[in-house]
Design a protein around this ligand. Sequence first.
Ligand SMILES: [Zn+2]
Length: 529
Amino acid sequence: MATEATETTESTEPESKRFRRLRRFGRCSILLATVAFASDPVAIDWAMVAKIREEGLQRSRVADLESYMTDVLGARLTLSEDMKRAQAWAMAEMRRIGLVNVAAEPFMDFGAAWDNEYVSLHLLEPDYQPMVGYPIAHTPGTNGKVVADAVIVDLQTRQDLESWRGKLGGKAVLSTPPAAVDMAPLVNGTPRRTAEELAALERTVIVPARPEPPRRIANAEVITPLQRAAFFKSEGVAAVLESSSGWLGAVRGFSRPGSRDDRWSAAGDSAAPVMIAITPEHYNRMYRILKRDIPVKVELEVRNRIGPRAEQAVNLVGEIAGSDLRNEVVMIGAHFDTWHASPNASDNTSGVAVVLEAMRILKAVGAKPRRTIRVALWSGEEQGLWGSRAYVREHFGNPNDSMPTKKPAYDRLQAYFNQDYGPGAYRGIYLQGNEHARTLLGGWMEPFRDMGMTTVSNQSVGSTDHIAFDEAGLPGFQFLQDRVPGGGGHTNLDFFDSIPVEDLMKNAVIMASYAYHAAISDVRIPRKK
Ligand SMILES: [Zn+2]
C-alpha cells in the first residue's frame, strides 16, 4: 500500500490534480472511494442501478418480447412484407413503452419486397425422403410442383460453360461441392467464456499495419457467381441446389448473386434461376448417390411473393427525452432485419429484445437522463450495414467518407452501444481501439461484476452496426458476449428454444445502465485521437 500512502499525503497539490493522480492507482481504499465520488467522471448512480436491476431482473419483459418477435412475427428480411408488419408492431411497442419521437426513417431504395410463401422439397428416387431447404432470397419460384433429375454441375470456367450448354434443361443442378459437415459442436459443445479466454481478450493488442490488399489477377477464364446463375437460367434448369455451410442440420442461404448490385430489384429476381439451399446432410446424400452414377430424382415447389415495384427500406427510432443536455444524444441499437429461413431468435431478435427492454426499464424506473437516449432498430444490416451507415451519414455526417460531411449533431453524440453477437451474456465491452474510453466504459461495469461483466478489451471487433459509427470517427461500441449453444445466426434453426433468457435479462439491465450513465455523465466519452 506504499503508493496509496504516498498519494494521500500530497495535500499541497490542488484537489483536482491530486484526484487525477489518485485515480491512476485505482479505487483501492475507502478513503479513495469517498474522495473519488464527488467529482468522479465514472460516478455510479447506485440508487438508479438498484432500480434498474430490480425492474430488469424481477419484472423483466425480455422473454415475452423475444418470444413475440420470434414466434409471432417471425423472419424479417429487409423490406419484405413480413418485415413491414414487424416494424409496425415495433413502432406500436415503442409507443406503448412510452418512448417519444417514434419514427420510421426511410434510408434507401431497397428494391422490391420479397417473401417466401411456400417451399416443398423431396428426394423421390432412389429412395423417398423429405428434405430441408429454403429458397435463396430474391430468387423466383417454380411454376407449381416440379419433378426433376438431379445432376452435379461444377461450373467454374468458360470451358465448363460450353461443355454444359444445352444439357441442363429441366434439371435440378447440384451446384456446390458437398459441404464438409462440422462435427465439433456435437463433440465439444459450446463452452462459455473461460477466465483464461477473458484474460486473453483483455490483453492489449497492437493493431498491425494494414497489409497491402492482394493484387487482383485478371483471369478471363473464371466465371462469376452471377454469370453462373445467368447460365443456369438461360439453360432452363428446374432449380439450382446448393449447400455451403457444413453446419449440422442447418440451412444457410442468403441473397442471390448480383442482388447487391441491382439493389434486390424485381427485374433481377426474374433473371435469376430458382435457387434452393439445402442442409449438408440431405444435399450430400444426393451428391454421393450421383457420384455412384445412380439417378436421383427430386420433387420441388417454391412460391415467392415479389413486390411490384422498388420501395424505401426504413430504420426505426424512438427516444427518452433528455433534460438540460437534451440536444446531446446517447444511442443504443440492434438490427431488426434478419435472413429469411427462421425467426433468427439470436441474430438479431435477441439484440432487439435487449434494447427495447432497456428502454422499457428506463421508462419504468422513471429515469430522467440529462442527454436524450435514442434507440435505433436498423434495417438492411444483413446485406451490409446499409441502414446504420445511411443513418450516420444523414444525421451525423461522416468526415472519413469519400465525400466527407460533418453535421452539427456529429459533436453531440455521446456514444452508440450495439448488441449483435448473439444472445449470450455481456462479459465486458470492446474499446474498439479507443484507449481514451477505458476509464468510463470500464468504470460503468462496476455494478455488474456479480453478473460476470468484468472485461475491458481494447480489441476492435466488426461486422455489425457499431462499425457505421466507428468508421465515421464516432464512439460506437459492441459488448463482449458469451457464446451460447444453439442454432446460431443465419440458419433455419434459430428459434426461441435456444435463447438463454436470463442472459438477455442481464444484458438489458447492463444496456440500460450504460445508456443512463452515458446520459448523465459530467463528461463526454473521449473519441479516438
Ligand atoms: Zn446480426
